[in-house]
Design a protein around this ligand. Structure first.
Ligand SMILES: [Zn+2]
Ligand SMILES: [Zn+2]
Length: 262
């Protein structure tokens, strides 16, 4: 299985990094996690054919995670895609996604491929193929919207971290989180790989949670402050640095090789 970092930036637009997005690929299947503003161009840069993407997962509806979905589907339509596409999103956000696509003139009836929008409840296994599933875990990243929840009753405001099981490996992906406790959602799940955002939480807190999780490798993404993260990394011991990877756009890792090399 390979994991490719399509984008590794934060919500702030940057010359160096596209917004955070990850592509997981097995021999039979693949899963694109998050489709923020500019995702089509980011995929083009990484030479990923749009029509090869089988499954898309959206963790929450901030623009750096969701806003590229309509233009990506439009590109697929223009390329006359025929194979089905599944989009997985927390159930609370399903209706909003439906509306978003329709106001972009993307109607299922006008597409030559089957578009499956799937609302997923938290803490439930969602199977993509044999030995490949994911579970949405609710985190506290989306909080300010609670204040206006009573005005916009029809819009769900939730945010998910993701646990992924693929080819006997367990992966924790925080996506965007709100507080330190969210780093510990994966306790007891015995993850081999811990992937964390690094914008809303300190590197020290992330590293502490990674050690407690018993995972073998930590990958930091959703990078906002380049100087700060590399400065922090340089101050670590060699042993600590060996277990940490700071993601960059286009970085591709074969997970079997990564864990075989230690
Ligand atoms: Zn973000
Ligand atoms: Zn966010």
């Amino acid at each position: 299985m390979t994991i490719k970092f399509i984008g590794t930036g934060s919500g702030i637009i940057s010359e160096k990094r596209f917004h955070s997005s990850i592509l997981l690929e097995t021999e039979k299947s693949n899963l694109l996690i998050d489709v923020g503003d500019g995702i089509s161009k980011a995929l083009l840069f990484q030479k990923i054919p749009f029509c090869n993407i089988q499954n898309i997962l959206i963790t929450h509806s901030h623009p750096d995670h969701l806003s590229g979905i309509a233009s990506l589907i439009m590109q697929m339509k223009l390329q006359e895609r025929l194979n089905p596409l599944n989009i997985f999103i927390p159930t609370e956000l399903l209706q909003s996604l439906n509306t978003l696509l329709k106001i972009h003139y993307l109607f299922p009836e006008n597409l030559k491929f089957k578009l499956n929008l799937v609302g997923c409840d938290f803490n439930i296994k969602n199977k993509l193929e044999n030995n490949f599933y994911f579970i949405f875990m609710k985190n506290s990243h989306i909080t300010e919207e609670k204040i206006i929840n009573h005005i916009y009753k029809n819009i769900g405001f939730v945010s998910a971290s993701v646990f992924i099981h693929c080819e006997d490996m367990n992966i924790a992906y925080t996506s965007d989180i709100g507080k330190v406790e969210d780093l510990y959602l994966f306790d007891d799940l015995r993850c081999n790989l811990f992937i964390s955002e690094s914008t809303h939480i300190s590197n020290e807190e992330i590293y502490r949670a990674f050690i407690k999780s018993g995972s073998e490798k930590l990958i930091l993404t959703h990078i906002e402050n380049e100087m700060e993260i590399y400065d922090w990394y340089q101050k670590l011991t060699e042993l600590q640095r060996n277990s940490i990877i700071i993601a960059e756009d286009g970085m591709s890792l074969d997970l079997k090789e990564l864990f075989a090399s230690g």
